[in-house]
Design a protein around this ligand. Structure first.
Ligand code: FMN
Length: 112
């Protein structure tokens, strides 16, 4: 019988177990939508899960939804995300970033 703790093949990835952390807004980013050490600690401490999905992350300033949310639309933010991904990878974890698109689409509608 398959259990939660059995590995899972997912496209090119082999997850060590079937525990997948849902994306959850934490609102802990620094000013400038910059990821930080606290976020690295938060995600790295959950790296035993088969896969982590990050909180919604804006890919454009127009898609920025709420205070404390991280972004990934510029070089500084991208570099700071490396803090998070390196910390997770050091513990053998896998992490996907959730792109925030919805509010961008909504704002585009408003602008039209
Ligand atoms: C505090 C909190 C923050 C959340 N943030 C996000 C988010 O950033 N992106 C997202 O897609 N879902 C978010 N969710 C929704 C959860 O991912 C969702 O509740 C989870 O997948 C469980 O699904 P269910 O509500 O259908 O059981 C959030 C939920 C909570 C409780």
């Amino acid at each position: 019988m398959t259990t939660l703790f059995d590995s899972l093949s997912m496209g090119p990835y082999i997850l060590p177990n079937r525990i997948i952390m849902a994306p959850m807004t934490r609102g802990r980013s620094d000013v400038g939508a910059l990821p930080n050490e606290l976020m690295a600690e938060y995600y790295a401490s959950r790296a035993d899960a088969g896969l982590l999905i990050t909180e919604a992350t804006a890919i454009h300033p127009l898609g920025y939804g709420w205070l404390g949310a991280p972004g990934i639309w510029n070089e500084d933010q991208t570099k700071k995300w490396k803090l998070v991904t390196d910390a997770v990878h050091e513990k053998g974890g896998k992490i996907f970033l959730q792109h925030e698109l919805r509010s961008l689409q909504e704002k585009r509608e408003e602008i039209r």
